[in-house]
Design a protein around this ligand. Structure first.
Ligand SMILES: C[S@@+](CC[C@H](N)C(=O)[O-])C[C@H]1O[C@@H](n2cnc3c(N)ncnc32)[C@H](O)[C@@H]1O
Length: 306
């Protein structure tokens, strides 16, 4: 098998490993506790308490697999810990809420997701600069969610006088509405078309559109190997010669049971070998395979050149 090298991107990445090891036993205990609680009536009471005190956590668990859950993780920012005033219950509550928020939104899964977004922004940004300014950059974003990386790259290109045509595809009207709102706020809505549909029917959805670049990140984590290869091959059929597909997958890691049981977020985790095997089984040439990762090793990004 061609051992396509993996490039680790470290610059500007979150890489707080120090607390992750002491955290692990707590995550596993929470996972076991949740497995037991799920069999009792207590589960509703617990989620009601979480919804009241930690609405962001409750929403991630309710909207796992959707772009809403990812947006909450992307938008998380560490706040200063509130001052503890010993007799004040309110100050204790605020302190505990902020501590739990830090604990959960800074697990490697969340840090890795934010790192992945930064790498996608960098990769798409490079694409926006690769296509000559006198040509219209054709970009297709599949399972776009809020489509931050691609839309920001299009806005950057516009600033230097470049035209783009973007097609956004998602099965969720909410995700498409969010992406269009972002396009409007970036002043590029006239360059963007949103199509609601199933990624597995991409060739029918976009007809004769021949993109220079396709972004499909956060989708293969929910697809079998067979469907992933079928999707990659369909994208290969659409891309212009020399065009690029940016995709990727979550990597196996010790937080998987917690993310699955507590965040109710099931995914297909793939090793580097499994990801390479998929790339090699596709119609993309071997020499066009590049793999990137972030410092925590939670996510791989796969770039395939036609
Ligand atoms: C985890 S989010 C990823 C969003 C975005 N690409 C990102 O990386 O932030 C997955 C998105 O894929 C969409 N999706 C899942 N399966 C799909 C399918 N078969 N066809 C089209 N969209 C799909 C969901 O609606 C959701 O917006």
């Amino acid at each position: 098998m061609n051992a396509s090298p993996v490039t680790r991107i470290d610059k500007d990445m979150e890489n707080d490993k120090f607390w992750q090891y002491p955290k692990l036993p707590i995550l596993w205990v929470a996972t076991l506790a949740m497995m037991v609680i799920q069999k009792t009536g207590l589960v509703k009471i617990i989620w009601r308490t979480v919804a009241k005190n930690l609405p962001a956590v409750s929403e991630v668990a309710k909207k796992a697999k959707t772009s809403r859950a990812l947006d909450i993780i992307y938008d998380y920012e560490r706040k200063p810990l509130p001052e503890l005033k010993i007799p004040s219950l309110k100050s204790w509550r605020k302190f505990i809420v902020e501590t739990v928020m830090r604990f959960l939104f800074e697990i490697r899964h969340c840090q890795g997701a934010r790192n992945r977004l930064k790498i996608v922004k960098w990769l798409i940004g490079k694409e926006g600069r690769r296509i000559p300014l006198e040509k219209t950059w054709k970009l297709l974003v599949i399972a776009c969610g809020s489509s931050r990386a691609s839309l920001e790259a299009v806005a950057e290109r516009k600033k230097i006088g470049g035209q783009s045509t973007v097609i956004l595809v998602d099965k969720s009207p909410r995700a498409l509405a969010k992406a269009m709102a972002l396009a409007t706020s970036l002043g590029i809505a006239d360059m963007v078309v949103a199509i609601r549909g199933d990624a597995m029917k991409i060739a029918d959805l976009v007809k004769d559109f021949q993109p220079d670049t396709v972004e499909a990140v956060g989708l293969t984590d929910y697809l079998t190997d067979k469907d992933t290869i079928a999707l990659i091959n369909a994208i290969n059929g659409l891309l212009v010669e020399g065009g690029k597909l940016i995709t990727g997958n979550i990597a196996p890691n010790t937080e998987k049971p917690f993310v699955k049981i507590v965040f109710c977020w099931s995914m297909i985790y793939r090793t580097l070998t499994e990801l390479r095997r998929i790339a090699l089984a596709s119609k993309f040439p071997q020499h066009g395979i590049e793999i990137f990762t972030e410092p925590l090793g939670m996510f791989y990004l796969l770039v395939l050149s036609k």
